[in-house]
Every structure is written in structure tokens, then in C-alpha cells.
Design a protein around this ligand. Structure first.
Ligand code: 1HN
Length: 348
């Protein structure tokens, strides 16, 4: 027997159940369980040549001290008002001027810095400072005290810009955000610069080291080393048709990701590289370090140059090309998808 009620009675019924905080699943089932991911995030690019002046102008608008963090959020146009680059990840460009301090605090959100330009700035994580150089990848694991500073102009400080990547939307979704300020503007320096790199940065670990922490014991991954590794592999004949030469950053004590929620990568594309098309369920944010090329993301095609930031949403086909020798840094929510058995990849 078929039930053939007039549509109006359905609407009336829906209004009635809504008053009891209920809703008809049959109206939304297809959206709730899509046949394949339907990302609201769009493919997008921020051309550094277009946004650099705006970032620098933030230095005239507010001090690092007043702002706490002087950052322009890169907001995905498909996720308006959400301070999100992807459903799980945040991106922003942070500026610190000579002589400034961004005061110490900690939060449960994990953060990465990828240094874009300038010299003189440092960041301190858990009692150790590290100097920031363009191309360096630095982590601030969950609940670690962190502050940033910059040398005075007299000591050679320059405006320094870096890309911040955090798992802010993911932590918000989980209702797991906690934060507190350090009582002083900077935390005490407890160990000399280079201490954690000496202990963990040379394919060795202290002899009685026990892994007790899900995050990497080194917090700075210098560009020089990553670049040299990629170059050596390329010279040795390595070249993947999709990725060029691509390495992932690791926690040297475990071989796992540097932080539990964010994966990071660096890849080398030789001049003339025309990559094949891939897609995956991790949404990825790229920052161009060197070179020139283009990326096709679904129906969009963008050219890229140094310091440009672009985003590839979940399951959208991506194809990379390089007209000049290029190096790309990227970060994604891959560890989360992998841990939940939701990571799918397709290379065509
Ligand atoms: C944060 O703590 C930093 O420490 C940067 O530099 C960006 C965005 C949202 C929340 C906390 C930083 C941030 C942030």
C-alpha cells in the first residue's frame, strides 16, 4: 500500500516535529551519506605578490604585543567566517617586526610554523629557542609554552613572516580547546639553542630515551637539510610521476608524524615536470619555497611562485607542473584520517 499524503501535510508535520527537536532523516539522508566527499572548501591560492604588502601593513595597524599574535588568517572562501583553510586545519600569515615579542602562552591546538621571509626572529618552545630561517619547519606541539621574538634593527632584525598551520577547526569540532597565558612575556630559557637537535636530529637518540610523548622531540627541521636530501635523491635518479621527489617529516624517535594531527611534507619538482593526477581524502595546504609552476585543482588552474599558498580540498584531483626547478612544503590532516581508517588515495 502506498501512502500518498499531500505535500502540505508533510510540511506541517515537519514543523510539528521540529518543535520537539526532531527532523526527518529521509529529507537529508543523501547529504549525510554522500557517495564521495563533497567538500565545502574550495581550491584557492594566495599570491604572495598580492598579499605581502597587506601583511606588512598589519605592522602599522597593531603591535605584536597588543595583537598577541599579529596574523592575517587565510580563510578558505568556501568556509566563510570559520577561520578555516580546510574543515580540520587553519592557515595564517604571521608578522613579527624587529624588537617585538609575541608573548608566551600554550594551548591544546598543535601548531606549525613554516618560515616565509626575513631574518632575526626566534621562537621558543618548552624552554629552548630556535632561530627561524626561510624554509625551516618548526613545531609547537599541543600544550607547550611558546613565544616568539625578533632581534632589534641594530642587531640585524628584519620583518619576519611565517605561515602558521594549526588544527584549530579540528580541536573546536572536538570541544577540546584549552589555553593559558604564561605569567611573563617570555618563558625562561632552560637549554641552549640546538640542544634538542643535537639529541634527536642526527639519526640518533639519547641512549636511555623512552618514548613517552606523541610529538617530536625536535621542534625545528632546517630547510638546508630537507633541501639537500631532496636534491641528492633527484641526482640519484628518484622521480615519482605524481609527486616528483617527496619526503615526509618524521618524529625521529618513532618514525611517526611530528605531531598527532598534522602531517608535513617537502617535495622537489625538476624544471619541466608535468605530474600525473592524484587525489586523496586529506586536504592539503601548500607553501611554495622555490621555483615556478602551475597546479590544477579540480576545474581551477593556478600558477605559483615563491611564498604562494594554495589549498587542495579532500578528493579533488590535483596535478602539479613546474616550469622551473621547484620546492613545495605542504601540510595536511593525514594523521587524523589515517588513524580513523578514512584515508583514501587514488593515483591515475
Ligand atoms: C597561535 O598561538 C599562534 O603561537 C599563531 O604564533 C596563530 C592562531 C589561532 C590560535 C592560536 C602562535 C594562532 C595561534
Amino acid at each position: 500500500m502506498t501512502i500518498n499524503h499531500p505535500v502540505t501535510s508533510r510540511v506541517t508535520y515537519y514543523e510539528k516535529i521540529a518543535r520537539s527537536d526532531m527532523a526527518p532523516l529521509w529529507e537529508s539522508l543523501h547529504n549525510l551519506v554522500p557517495k564521495s566527499p563533497q567538500p565545502k572548501a574550495c581550491p584557492a591560492i594566495w599570491k604572495y605578490s598580492q598579499v605581502r604588502d597587506l601583511v606588512m601593513q598589519a605592522g602599522d595597524v597593531i603591535s605584536a604585543e597588543e595583537a598577541v599574535r599579529r596574523v592575517l588568517v587565510l580563510e578558505n572562501p568556501g568556509l566563510p567566517g570559520k577561520s578555516s583553510m580546510t574543515p580540520n586545519l587553519y592557515a595564517g600569515l604571521q608578522l613579527i617586526l624587529p624588537g617585538e615579542i609575541a608573548p608566551s602562552h600554550r594551548h591544546t591546538q598543535s601548531a606549525l610554523r613554516f618560515i616565509v621571509e626575513g631574518k632575526g626572529a626566534w621562537t621558543a618552545v618548552n624552554g629552548e629557542r630556535t632561530t627561524m630561517h626561510p624554509g625551516d619547519f618548526i613545531i609547537t606541539p599541543s600544550w607547550t609554552w611558546h613565544d616568539h621574538g625578533n632581534l632589534s634593527i641594530e642587531d640585524g632584525g628584519e620583518p619576519v613572516v611565517w605561515l602558521d598551520g594549526l588544527d584549530i577547526p579540528l580541536v573546536a569540532q572536538m570541544d577540546a580547546g584549552f589555553a593559558e597565558n604564561y605569567p611573563e612575556s617570555t618563558q625562561p630559557v632552560a637549554r641552549p639553542e640546538g640542544d634538542s637537535f643535537a639529541r634527536f636530529g642526527h639519526n640518533m637518540v639519547p641512549v636511555r630515551h623512552r618514548v613517552s610523548d606523541p610529538t617530536s622531540p625536535i621542534f625545528s627541521y632546517p630547510y638546508e637539510r630537507s633541501r639537500a636530501a631532496l636534491e641528492a635523491l633527484y641526482r640519484g635518479g628518484e622521480l615519482d610521476q605524481w609527486d616528483g621527489v617527496k619526503l615526509r617529516y618524521v618524529n625521529p624517535a618513532t618514525g611517526g608524524w611530528p605531531m598527532p594531527t598534522i602531517a608535513t611534507f617537502m617535495q622537489y619538482l625538476p624544471a619541466g615536470f608535468e605530474g600525473r593526477t592524484y587525489r586523496s581524502t586529506d586536504a592539503t595546504v601548500y607553501c611554495v619555497v622555490e621555483g615556478k609552476g602551475s597546479v590544477k585543482i579540480g576545474e581551477d588552474k593556478f600558477t605559483f611562485e615563491p611564498h604562494d599558498v594554495f589549498v587542495t580540498p579532500s578528493w579533488v584531483p590535483v596535478q602539479l607542473s613546474a616550469s622551473a626547478e621547484s620546492v613545495l612544503f605542504s601540510y595536511s590532516d593525514r594523521p587524523v584520517l589515517a588513524a580513523l581508517n578514512l584515508l583514501r588515495e587514488e593515483r591515475s
